[in-house]
Design a protein around this ligand. Structure first.
Ligand SMILES: [Zn+2]
Length: 240
């Protein structure tokens, strides 16, 4: 992946040995079992994480859910208010705290089951009046609520929600891409310069991979997701 190479190059040019360690670990990641770097800014590993989360979520609902036509699935992407940082100050962001806040909000909003990926994007002001700034974003797949219900629910917490739409369970591939990181898109559009790539990689590199996702109504074990008590009954689905 081109932008992965660019991030490695940017980190190698970094000042501290921490940057160089991250760069070497990232460059050593390859698509073989046991040889993943599991760094939270690695496109290979985050891509695999998004795929795994969706597959595990479907598995925990049981195969019969695939034929359950009335199972509502909504997806949305939103920037998280109050998480804006100027370029050069991304080290002040606290992804762990943002994830915990999202978990509390989704519980309060009554989402029965949701898988979310937390990301950091460089947001540009469309008017051009303000400089671009870093901002936390969240992509969520919500099971058990219609698009309208989700739109109403998130209105108070995510006023800058760019998209809410309904999804079909048969669109597994597309659903998987819904929880892909957005920073890859930004880099593909060449909005991120080398210095910003280094800043983003250094920031994400401070975290463990689980910081990148938030689960609602379920918990993740080593390689599977288990529904919390009562969620299967609520959704009318069973375990595999
Ligand atoms: Zn990796």
């Amino acid at each position: 992946m081109k932008w992965r190479r660019e991030m490695i190059r940017a980190l190698r040019k970094g000042e501290g040995c921490y940057d160089k360690k991250l760069a070497e670990k990232l460059s050593g990641c390859c698509n073989r079992v046991g040889e993943r770097c599991q760094l939270p800014m690695c496109p290979l590993c985050v891509h695999q994480l998004g795929s795994s989360l969706v597959v595990e979520m479907l598995a925990c609902m049981g195969l019969s859910s695939l034929w359950k036509t009335d199972l509502q699935i909504s997806v949305f992407f939103a920037t998280v208010p109050g998480t804006s940082y100027p370029i050069g100050q991304l080290d002040q962001i606290d992804l762990g705290s943002i994830g915990r806040r999202i978990r509390r909000q989704y519980k309060r909003l009554g989402f029965p089951l949701a898988v979310s990926v937390v990301d950091i994007s460089l947001i540009e002001d469309s008017s051009g009046e303000n400089a671009p700034s870093w901002e936390a974003c969240v992509s969520s797949v919500v099971v058990g609520l219609s698009c309208d219900r989700v739109t109403d629910a998130i209105d108070s917490v995510y006023p800058q929600c760019s998209m809410v739409c309904e999804w079909d369970l048969s669109d597994l591939i597309d659903l998987r891409f819904m929880v892909e990181p957005t920073f890859g898109r930004l880099i593909r559009e060449r909005r991120l310069q080398a210095a910003q790539l280094g800043e983003l990689g250094r920031c994400l590199g401070r975290y463990e991979m689980p910081t990148r996702y938030v689960l609602t109504g379920c918990r993740r074990h080593k390689d599977r997701i288990e529904l919390n008590p009562g969620v299967g009954e609520l959704l009318g689905v069973g375990e595999l």
